[in-house]
Design a protein around this ligand. Structure first.
Ligand SMILES: Nc1ncnc2c1ncn2[C@@H]1O[C@H](COP(=O)(O)OP(=O)(O)O)[C@@H](O)[C@H]1O
Ligand SMILES: [Mg+2]
Length: 313
């Protein structure tokens, strides 16, 4: 097959691994910088045109012909990146993941609402526009300590643990002053700074890791000094991860969960999960699993993946 990896940088670990895995299985692979593509959205013959440029040098244009694409769209380029993916879909090209599912997953609030509707367990979460509702927000998640989360945050940077009501009110007030959108969430203390990342592909957990927060830290993000190792998930954790990926309509997903007293709770679902940490921790060749999934889907599906049939929001 002709497989395109939509990525700004061929040297990124995940991009490199996906390319290697696809080549090893005999596919023709090309890494395409989606920002260097433009598109003809005309109905008769929609196309994606690759046009490279190096300073003043103009390179020839080229209409891209692919059987499947693997989007690895950076968070800052979601709008244009998903437009390119959608264009490929208009041309009948399979995309892992679909553009709609990527867009959906990039909005934390929308994601949690979709998961909630699907009955996926999550920490009690509240959201408001006005600081006049601060008392209610804190009350409804069970009172302090609470987690306050910036909707746009990544790598643990926008996540604050407020231990007292006063601290919670100050943080919420400060964020709102900056016009930032925030979630207030029940603090899952019993997780003890650990979180789980399950890699779900085509409706199955193929690899998992447990991330442990550095001493004195409650955030397990590797960027915040956390460490990762392979983990055996319980059947309930596997089911929850698969259910979350399915609700989001994602063929490939990194589902983050906490071990709470009432079982696994989902905190985040990532549509472009990094492969480096999870491959190292679990010893699983996740990139190869992604390519095998594409092969199965292009043959008409294995029947196991129901993600493409899920009702969408
Ligand atoms: N409700 C919570 N209770 C306890 N710990 C949490 C909670 N939410 C997040 N954390 C911790 O903070 C980390 C970062 O939170 P997350 O929602 O994943 O934000 P980010 O998108 O920045 O990674 C998680 O990996 C987890 O260790
Ligand atoms: Mg996270």
């Amino acid at each position: 097959m002709k497989i395109g990896i939509l990525s700004r940088k061929a040297s990124l670990y995940s991009t490199r691994r996906l390319r290697e895995a696809a080549e090893a299985r005999g596919h023709e692979v090309r890494v395409v910088n989606y920002l260097r593509c433009y598109m003809d959205i005309t109905a008769e013959r929609p196309s994606v045109i690759y046009h490279d440029y190096v300073q003043d040098e103009d390179r020839p244009e080229e209409e891209l012909v692919m059987d499947a694409v693997i989007p690895r769209i950076g968070a800052s380029y979601t709008y244009y990146g998903t437009a390119v993916v959608r264009q490929f879909e208009m041309m009948g090209v399979m995309s892992v993941n679909e553009s709609q599912a990527i867009t959906r997953s990039r909005d934390k609030l929308r994601s949690l609402q979709i998961l909630s509707r699907a009955g996926v367990e999550m920490p009690t979460t509240t959201f408001a526009h006005s600081t006049r509702h601060t008392r209610g927000l804190i009350q409804r998640v069970g009172g302090p300590p609470v987690i306050v989360k910036l909707l746009e945050g990544t790598q643990g940077l926008g996540v604050v643990l407020a231990e007292t009501r006063k601290a919670a009110e100050s943080v919420i007030g400060a964020f709102r002053q900056l016009d930032a959108n925030i979630l207030v969430q029940e603090f899952i203390e019993e997780a003890g700074g650990d979180d789980l990342r399950a890699l779900v592909i085509g409706g199955e957990v193929v690899a998992a890791m447990i991330r442990r927060a550095a001493p004195g830290e409650f955030r397990a993000n590797l960027h915040r000094g956390g460490t990762a190792e392979g983990v055996e998930l319980t059947p309930e954790e596997r089911r929850t991860a698969v259910q979350a990926a399915e609700a989001m309509g994602l063929d490939v997903a990194g589902v983050d969960m906490l071990r709470s007293n009432r079982g696994p709770v989902v905190i985040e679902v990532n549509s472009s999960p990094g492969l480096e940490g999870v491959e190292a921790a679990s010893g699983v060749d996740v990139a190869d699993q992604v390519i095998q999934f594409i092969e199965r889907e292009s043959r008409g599906g294995s029947g196991r993946s129901s993600s493409r049939k899920t009702v969408r929001a």
